[in-house]
Write a protein that binds this ligand. Structure first.
Ligand SMILES: Nc1ncnc2c1ncn2[C@@H]1O[C@H](COP(=O)(O)OP(=O)(O)O)[C@@H](O)[C@H]1O
Ligand SMILES: O=C(O)C(=O)C[C@H](O)[C@H](O)COP(=O)(O)O
Length: 315
């Protein structure tokens, strides 16, 4: 495997028409989940990736399983649990030009992930382990699972990519600060949004934060900044890589995961850091143009077509 990732996926319900959920009668059923978004993105770019998770033994679980498997992701490490439900969530994008997320995922099947679900022979053979800050927010056993997976990765020189994906609705107050810092200190690549850096290091200057994180042992920090692109920092250089602003943003959710898929894909192909960030920016931008968290993740041909676009109609 090129990449292994672990985390929860949920069925996502989104109003069929622009409007507030309170007044909506019809919903479109989709799927979401940061780690499976990244897995699907990598698979569509031609890489081998395994997604580890737990799903309820229910129709939603089977729908998610088939969808992710259908995108070419290895799901051999996914377990069905007959004693817990698959998580769901609702997304309101229409209305007042603000996206709101409502989770129904407490005690979900994925919140019962435990360290026995992490197989050394699976993780040790990968080049990268992708971890987000969502999984440790789900339960104590999920937190321990993530730490266990990272320890296996480090033992076998598998590089750890950490996206903090801070979801304040999943945490009690600012509990995420010490917990996500434990993970950060074990990571090789750190992919925060600019806003997330401020949440993790309140009242500290950006330069000081970068210096501190590099001292933790993280080799590369990539700070994402929406349409503006992203800036990467290593011990020896800092460089801003311009984004791909577009006038067709339909849904911003999933851009960060698209970025992660593009960036990791660049690393797998031994592109330079700058070109890997550029690919992340491109895919992040493409994801925003399509409704849904993962439906805008492009294939390799679509990436090339987008870069060389000469016409709006392809026939
Ligand atoms: N409106 C946008 N236009 C173009 N590119 C975007 C836009 N929003 C996000 N992106 C791309 O996706 C990346 C990740 O998005 P961002 O919103 O910064 O991350 P996160 O969701 O993790 O906070 C950005 O660095 C950028 O490359
Ligand atoms: O919220 C959660 O728990 C999820 O996993 C659902 C979403 O699919 C990702 O959060 C999208 O993440 P971004 O790419 O950062 O927008």
């Amino acid at each position: 495997m090129d990449v292994v990732t672990v985390g929860e996926s949920m069925v996502l319900f989104e109003p069929n028409e622009n409007g507030l959920i309170q007044y909506t009668d019809h919903f479109k059923k989709r799927i979401g989940g940061a780690e499976s978004n990244v897995a699907i993105g990598l698979s569509k770019l031609g890489h081998s990736v395994s997604w580890i998770s737990r799903l309820g033994d229910d129709p939603f679980g089977r729908y998610i399983y088939s969808f992710i498997r259908g995108e070419g992701v290895d799901v051999s490490q996914v377990k069905f649990d007959s004693n817990a439900n698959t998580g769901i969530y609702f997304k309101q994008t229409g209305g007042f030009n603000q996206t709101s997320i409502y989770y129904y995922r407490q005690q979900s099947a994925a919140s019962f992930l435990n360290h026995n679900d992490m197989k050394e022979d699976v993780i040790s053979k990968a080049r990268f382990l992708h971890i987000t800050g969502i999984t440790p927010a789900l339960s104590q056993s999920c937190y321990e699972t993530v730490i266990h997976a990272i320890k296996i990765a480090r033992k076998h020189n598998v590089k750890v990519v950490f996206d903090p994906n801070i979801r304040t609705k999943l945490w009690d107050s600012s509990d995420y600060i010490p917990i996500l810092k434990v993970i950060l200190k074990m990571a090789d690549f750190f992919l925060p949004g600019e806003d997330e850096l401020k949440l993790l290091f309140p009242n500290e200057a950006p330069d000081e934060i970068i210096a501190k994180v590099l001292k933790f042992g993280v080799s590369t920090i990539i700070v994402k900044n929406g349409a503006a692109g992203a800036t990467y920092h290593t011990k020896s250089e800092s460089q801003h890589v311009s984004g791909y602003p577009n006038e067709h943003v339909k849904d911003p959710v999933g851009a960060g995961d698209g970025f992660a898929a593009g960036f990791i894909s660049g690393l797998i192909e031994d592109l330079s850091l700058s070109d890997s960030v550029k690919r992340g920016n491109l895919i992040g931008s493409m994801v925003t143009m399509v409704h849904g968290d993962c439906e805008g993740l492009p294939s390799r041909q679509e990436v090339l077509g987008f870069e060389k676009k000469t016409s709006d109609v392809h026939r």
